[in-house]
Write a protein that binds this ligand. Structure first.
Ligand code: IPE
Ligand code: IPE
Ligand code: MG
Length: 251
């Protein structure tokens, strides 16, 4: 396995977990079997991220657009989600992990929301990793809803239009209070963002792998993190400014 520098891990790792359906179809299995196997990969990644000391792990589990899938698949995904939350909460407690959810909770079935509320409440005092699940989440929806809230606050005199800075606007997003992702992994070979964290990914390092999510292993995770560690994040500066930070002439 690739050696990792513990001081250069992403503080916030985000993952678009893709390829469950294809994984199953390639094996003549039903798509839901792929989702079930994908849930096993989720357990592994949560465990590894926790062991590595990553502070924030954000997983794209169900998009706003995924509601357009066949009803039977949507229903199976919701059932799987509820089962996962209920089963894993005890482990989250042992690992001091806190649950967080972003997305349009109002669109989720009541029983899923109940399971989420219970898990969020139970883990609320945990101080270790924050596990954020993006559910019924779409970046454009999140941004437009935040804009509506900003507009309401301006209209109500609680906020001045001139005070709407990048930071203030960011605080109106579902992710208000979370740092931006440092690293984004997408599995299954698709090279797109699919409406995930559009605002927050502005300076995130992106990583795409052909591996389907159920086949994503510890080794693949370490390989991805090693790739992240080899990158130079410049945030618009020159390479010299980044590498010679201690040299005042180059600052
Ligand atoms: C990702 O796998 C899981 C969800 C989007 C819920 P997919 O179900 O998208 O798998 P593919 O892309 O069809 O293979
Ligand atoms: C993105 O995957 C959403 C999740 C992983 C939950 P999709 O499979 O829905 O993305 P597209 O439609 O192929 O872009
Ligand atoms: Mg997909």
């Amino acid at each position: 396995m690739e050696p990792l520098d513990p001081d250069k891990l992403p503080g916030h790792l985000a993952i678009i977990m893709d390829g469950n359906g294809r994984w199953a179809q390639q094996r003549m299995l039903k798509r839901i079997v792929g989702h079930q196997r994908g849930a096993e990969t989720v357990k592994m990644v949560v465990e590894q991220a926790h062991l590595l000391g990553i502070r924030h792990l954000t997983l794209f589990a169900f998009s706003s657009e995924n509601w357009s899938r066949p009803a039977i698949e949507v229903r199976a995904l919701m059932t799987l989600l509820k089962k996962y939350i209920r089963q894993e909460t005890a482990r989250m407690m042992r690992k001091n992990i806190r649950y967080n959810v972003i997305g349009n909770r109002g669109e989720l079935p009541d029983d899923v929301n109940q399971a989420l509320n219970d898990a969020i409440a139970e883990t609320a005092g945990n101080t270790g990793m924050v596990l954020t699940l993006a559910l019924s989440y779409g970046g454009r929806q999140e941004i437009s809803m935040a804009a509506a809230r900003v507009a309401r606050d301006v209209a109500g005199g609680r906020l001045k239009a001139d005070d709407v800075t990048v930071d203030v606007f960011g605080s109106y997003l579902d992710t208000g209070g979370l740092p931006d992702p440092d690293f984004l992994i997408r599995t299954s070979g698709e090279m797109r963002i699919s409406n995930f964290l559009l605002w927050q990914l502005a300076y995130t390092e992106l990583y795409f792998t052909e591996i389907n999510w159920p086949d994503f292993t510890i080794n693949e995770l370490h390989k991805a993190l090693a790739d992240f560690q080899a990158r130079e994040r410049r945030f618009g500066k020159t390479s010299d400014q980044i590498t010679k930070r201690s040299d005042p002439l180059n600052a």
